[in-house]
Design a protein around this ligand. Structure first.
Ligand code: ADP
Ligand code: MG
Length: 634
């Protein structure tokens, strides 16, 4: 019988390998930048067009290659970085597999120019889909230039699989930032479609971090420095008050290589324990140096995970050194969330003389008489307010009795509900006076409180058929979501003018997104006074937002759009409306005045789709009297 097994031709094998190494333009960027770093370049230029889909070019001033190497480097398993298996345990380079160039050449049009320092002339090679098209001698500067054009030209399925330019560009940006942050001593420049995105001269780590993330980064950073036998740690973490909602700016580098590690991330978070608000994310840029033989070098070219010999020790050291830094720079004590602000002396009282207190006694007050004016019992029976002098009881809604606000809005809600919600068992809102035998006295003015807030989380209200329980956060999300969506669709938003325009700084990646979304943001109520390469000036904000939350709102938006801006304008508006509703909605744990509760319930039932939050969670539930009866029957 004849054999049926054959060795794959090289170009087929290369194409298969390329599937693993090259997923998108950003993979090419990563490989070419790393090769340039390995070649000891001190100046590296990255030039891309159309997010790298049409062109990725990397020009370096590194070692260059000889004529033979220039040809050889495109072979699979051709590498100058290791000679024998033992070398794997003392690896100081990024590459070592000798796969990248062969893979890229298999699926793109590639041009390489390279010259070594000591040579007069260099080599110029053109290779397309693994086939050498030409090789010439040429006059060239020292170093190497790779240009990769028309990625996946011969694999249409892969080409079609690429995401929008915005998404692909973001990936490229990520790779560029990782390499640039890991090598502050190298001069990097980056051009996209002819405009300069970055120009980062050789600098200190700190300056590099600031260079990459621009703006106000510098004042946010706290240095971390630790040297032990197992690991040397240096770098920066952000002060807790600058923590963000997104996990964007979190970087670990191990032996100058960017890595991801949820374990080490956990160690950092543990160092911030108790000084971050829930869910807030600190930024960090941490450079770890470990002996090369204590990590598992078998790192897949596209993966960023790594295995350490002594992970537990690493965890402890990392956590302790960050904790130490936060403490040393006096960051931690300043942000003691548990401290009672009432115990602090306000500055203007500090050096004032104490005043002798005087007591005013109402001589006519007799707690045992039936005089109505003396009654200040709480309706709920749980609090007792000691007199009208308690003054600021405005926020303490039940401590004094007032007739409720006119209930016009409630009446209309009542009408609408009667028709709309019959099926879900909500007949109508209770509109009768509560006859309270609990409080017994006719002298206590009886009023109807149509809403009650419980646990600063739910708003409960009686309805004819029983009661309705509204989740305040979700309900508000629904209201805001519909408002924003409506405003964006009809291009009509209400803004409030800021007295002093807000200056907000962002990285250039984030600025790209903001610029792209600017029109939609204007339609939600933002007024942009100006936008530059790295910052925006906002002079007006949506009517229902506060100045202090603006940066959080934008932060959240950027984080929600991290995976790209949706293509269609509808889903773009939808994403923005959702994100803003999420960040601006009143949160669980917020006390709401009676009026606010009222508005919230009114607003919810005026929505087109009151039943669910924009994130598909129920906004309210109802409980029928029969259900309650059943519970008591048990
Ligand atoms: P690896 O980086 O794993 O060795 P590559 O396919 O990326 O494999 O590169 C193959 C070889 O080509 C490298 O080992 C190196 O000798 C050479 N080479 C690649 N890029 C450059 C460059 N920019 N400057 C000098 N030599 C390079
Ligand atoms: Mg390489």
């Amino acid at each position: 019988m004849s054999s049926i097994i054959q060795l794959l031709p090289d170009h087929v094998a290369n194409q298969i390998a390329a599937g693993e190494v090259v997923q998108r333009p950003a993979s090419v960027v990563k490989e070419l930048l790393e090769n340039a770093v390995d070649a000891k370049a001190t100046d590296i230029k990255l030039i891309i067009k159309d997010a790298g889909k049409s062109l990725v070019q990397v020009i370096d001033n590194g070692s260059g290659m000889s004529v033979t190497d220039a040809r050889l480097c495109f072979e699979r398993h051709a590498t100058s970085k290791i000679r024998q298996a033992e070398d794997l345990f003392s690896l100081h380079t990024k590459g070592f597999r000798g796969e990248a160039l062969a893979s890229i050449a298999a699926i793109a049009h590639m041009e390489m120019k390279t010259k070594q320092d000591q040579e007069e002339l260099g080599t110029h090679i053109v290779i397309e889909g693994s086939k050498f098209v030409s090789q010439e001698v040429a006059v060239l500067p020292v170093g190497t230039s790779f240009a990769v054009k028309n990625l996946f030209f011969n694999i249409p399925a892969r080409r079609n699989f690429l995401k929008s330019d915005t998404v692909e560009f973001r990936h490229v940006m990520d790779e560029f930032q990782r390499v640039a942050l890991a090598h502050a001593n190298i001069h990097f420049t980056f051009y996209h479609n002819g405009s300069e995105m970055f120009n980062l001269p050789p600098s200190s780590f700190r300056q590099r971090v600031v260079g990459v993330f621009a703006g106000k980064t510098n004042e946010k950073l706290v240095p971390v420095n630790e040297e032990t036998e197992i690991v040397a740690i240096k770098g920066f973490v952000s002060k807790p008050e600058f923590a963000k909602k997104s996990r964007g700016e979190q970087f670990f580098f191990v032996n100058d290589r960017f890595i991801k590690s949820s374990y080490l991330h956990h160690a950092v978070m543990a160092a911030y324990d108790g000084i971050l608000k829930d869910g807030a994310q600190p930024s960090y840029f941490l450079y770890l140096s470990v002996p090369p033989n204590t990590i598992d070098i078998n790192i897949h070219p596209t993966k960023t995970e790594i295995k350490f010999d002594d992970e537990q020790a690493l965890y402890a050291i990392l956590r302790a050194s960050i904790k130490h830094s936060l403490g040393q720079f006096n960051v931690a004590p300043v942000l003691d969330f548990d401290r009672d602000a009432n115990l602090d002396t306000p500055y203007h009282y500090k050096d004032l003389e104490g005043e002798t207190p005087t007591i005013q006694v109402d001589g006519t007050f007799n707690p045992f008489t039936d005089d109505k004016t003396n009654k200040h019992y709480s309706n709920a029976g749980s609090s007792f307010s000691s007199g009208s002098s308690s003054g600021s009881s405005g926020s303490n809604s039940y401590s004094s009795y007032k007739k409720p606000e006119p209930t016009a809005s409630w009446e209309s809600l009542y009408v609408g509900l009667k028709q709309d919600t019959e099926e879900i068992g909500m007949m109508s809102f209770e509109n009768e006076e509560v006859t309270s035998s609990l409080f017994n006295d006719d002298e206590i003015e009886q009023t109807v409180h149509k809403t009650y807030q419980i646990h600063k989380k739910y708003i409960v209200s009686p309805i004819k058929s029983g009661m309705v329980i509204v989740d305040q956060q979700r309900a508000h999300q629904r209201i805001l979501y519909e408002q924003f969506l409506h405003n964006m669709t009809v291009n009509q938003a209400s803004s409030q003018q800021l007295l002093f325009p807000l200056n907000l700084f962002y990285s250039s990646t984030d600025m790209e997104i903001i610029r792209e979304l600017q029109l939609s943001l204007v339609n939600t109520g933002f007024v942009f006074e100006s936008t530059t390469e790295e910052h925006i000036v906002i002079s007006g904000i949506p009517i229902n937002s506060t100045e202090s939350e603006v940066s959080l709102v934008i932060e959240q938006l950027l984080s929600d759009l991290q995976d790209g801006i949706p293509e269609s304008s509808f889903s773009q508006n939808d994403t923005i409306a959702k994100s803003m509703a999420k960040s601006m909605a009143v949160k669980t744990g917020t006390y709401l005045t009676e009026k606010e509760q009222d508005n919230l319930v009114n607003g919810l039932f005026a929505c087109k789709d009151p039943n669910i939050s924009p994130f598909q969670k129920p906004t309210f539930i109802t409980m029928r009297v029969e259900d309650i009866d059943k519970k008591f029957a048990l």
